[in-house]
Write a new protein. Structure first.
Length: 167
């Protein structure tokens, strides 16, 4: 008799756990952003240009190197910082200087920012400078987008694809 009670108790416990799991999988409803709002995400990892250009080694410099390290050029590993601006409807909402990652400052600079905006049509502008120049920007994108309630727009950057990409 005690064995039957034990199995019945286990069955009731597992049934309650399954019902609770089933309920929590559908309720409460999760909304990543409030109603009447949309989300814009600016996220990328990009390696800027090098601080110094590569230099061609002379014959004497190549000969002075150990045999397994001989190469025609020498290049600095360090990269320039990236300057980013992001505006929505003409209002600047994000501006940053992104330093390169890595021990030698040779890795990509990274950013991930979220912006909540009212659903509807917006003019978005993104600018990026990844060279040593002091003013202006190397890449610029201005687009008009229409966002629905709860929609999420991702903005990525790919230099080899021409700059900013909307997804």
């Amino acid at each position: 008799m005690p064995e039957v009670v034990r199995y019945a108790g286990q069955a009731v416990f597992y049934l309650c756990a399954a019902l609770l799991t089933g309920y929590l999988s559908i309720a409460p409803a999760y909304h990543p952003v409030d109603e009447n709002l949309a989300q814009i995400k600016l996220s990328f990892a990009h390696g800027a240009s090098r601080v110094e250009d590569c230099r061609k080694l002379t014959s004497e410099e190549i000969a002075a190197l150990p045999a397994n390290e001989r190469r025609p050029n020498t290049c600095s590993r360090q990269r320039n910082p990236i300057y980013v601006q992001f505006a929505v409807d003409g209002k600047l909402v994000y501006e940053a200087r992104l330093e390169p990652t890595g021990l030698s400052g040779d890795g990509p600079a990274r950013t991930y920012e979220k912006f909540l905006v009212p659903a509807g049509t917006h003019e978005i502008t993104a600018r990026l400078r990844d060279t040593a120049r002091k003013t202006g920007y190397d890449y610029e994108m201005a687009r008009q987008v229409t966002l629905k309630h709860g929609q999420s727009l991702a903005i990525d950057f790919r230099a080899d694809e021409g700059g900013f990409i909307l997804r």
